[in-house]
Design a protein around this ligand. Structure first.
Ligand code: PLP
Length: 371
């Protein structure tokens, strides 16, 4: 016999999703209304203004794509690129690799600037690539590389893009809400994020934002955007503002109640306080990991507080440790990806999961499983 699915109550300290606040879950359980209902249109306006707050931008084209972070990524690339374009892509982990894949699927050329996994993007190498490829239209990079726990210097990279006449394309799936990010002050042209990391909303929504420069590029395309669903020229008719909204697709109404509530929580806390909370939790975690005589993979100067790559000690079966944490402690952490498979654990301190109680829980649990 089939029956309702009742998931266990876990503590989510992996690379995402993070724990969803009861306030967000309660918001999602409210009655569904029509996606063109005047009350819903009002909610859409609020979501837009809260996203502008979270991204630190006044960009008019700021909205949640009705699909996960990968769709936000795809949305930015398919709208901004045309066949024959050249994009300098920075890759120091799994998600830079996905950017390359997106660029190539748009019929554009990706000029790769590679750095080893676990290291930050080499700004001088990026500048050299921009000098060597003056035809490049865009520079793409990941702000918070979830596969390694590395932060890139988004401010300097965006400035470099602008100096060389390129649009900057930024993956902020894991950074938004967790570390400093200022779209307008840093001159970022196109950015996408995810609902399930430091915003601590349920997975499945991808906030995006485009500068006026990027919007001009989209409006003046020679070819049609290859994806109907993600074509911003069409989506703007629904999310564009004003009271005249036309049907494009059926918005995920209840998921957007959740996003609204999670953004409200961020607004109540304040961006600086949220960034400080993530940093404080990371510092406590790092001190505890150090006390267990275990190393963090990433150099202190560019570590992400919200994603900690912990080196698996010699002789330890990393998968068995994760399995014990889940079965005995209801605690989820992540495995290494790609070339770091088997070598690291990824411990997230994101959004609602970034609290001192969780830090203590993780340290006690890991200490006891390793004892
Ligand atoms: N980019 C980064 C940096 C990510 O960490 C992720 C997901 O972990 C994605 C993109 C893709 O997001 P999603 O899994 O929501 O599609």
């Amino acid at each position: 016999m089939h029956s309702s699915f009742c998931p266990p109550q876990r503590t989510l300290m992996g690379p995402g999703p993070s724990d969803v606040s009861p306030r967000v879950l309660a918001a999602m359980a409210r009655p569904t209304i029509g996606h063109l209902d005047p009350q819903f249109i009002h909610l859409m306006d609020e979501i837009k203004s809260l996203l502008q707050f979270a991204f630190c931008t006044r960009n008019q084209l700021t909205l949640p794509v009705s699909a996960p972070g990968s769709a936000g990524m795809e949305c930015v690339f398919v709208n901004l690129l045309e066949p024959g374009d050249t994009v300098v892509v920075c890759r120091n982990g799994a998600f830079g690799g996905r950017m390359k894949e997106n660029v190539e699927r748009c019929g554009a050329r990706a000029v790769m600037v590679d750095s080893p996994w676990g290291e930050t993007i080499d700004i001088d190498a990026v500048e050299q690539a921009l000098k060597d490829h003056p035809q490049a239209n865009a520079l793409a990079f990941v702000h918070a590389e979830t596969s390694t726990g590395v932060r890139s210097d988004a401010q300097s990279l965006a400035a470099l893009a602008s100096r060389y006449g390129c649009l900057s394309i930024v993956d902020a799936v894991t950074s938004l809400g967790g570390i400093e990010l200022r779209v307008d002050d840093w001159g970022i042209d196109a950015i996408y994020s995810g609902s399930q990391k430091c915003l601590s909303c349920a997975p499945g929504i991808s906030p995006v934002s485009f500068s006026d420069r990027a919007v001009a590029r989209i409006r003046n395309r020679k070819s049609r955007v290859q994806s109907w669903f993600l074509d911003m020229n069409l989506v703007m008719g629904y999310w564009g503002g004003g009271s005249k909204r036309s049907y494009h697709h059926t918005a995920p109404v209840n998921a957007l109640y959740g996003l609204h509530e999670s953004l409200l929580i961020l607004h109540e806390e304040g961006l600086q306080s949220s960034w400080a909370r993530h940093k404080n939790c990371y510092q406590a975690l790092a001190a505890g990991v150090d006390a267990l005589e275990i190393n963090l993979l990433v150099d202190k100067s560019y570590r992400l507080p919200q994603l900690n790559a912990i080196e698996v000690p010699e002789g330890i079966d990393e998968a068995a440790v994760r399995a014990r944490l889940l079965s005995d402690w209801n605690l989820e952490i992540g495995a290494g990806l790609g070339e770091l498979t088997g070598k690291i654990w990824r411990v997230g301190l994101m959004g609602h999961s970034a609290n001192q109680k969780n830090v203590r829980l993780f340290l006690s649990a890991l200490g006891s499983v390793l004892a």
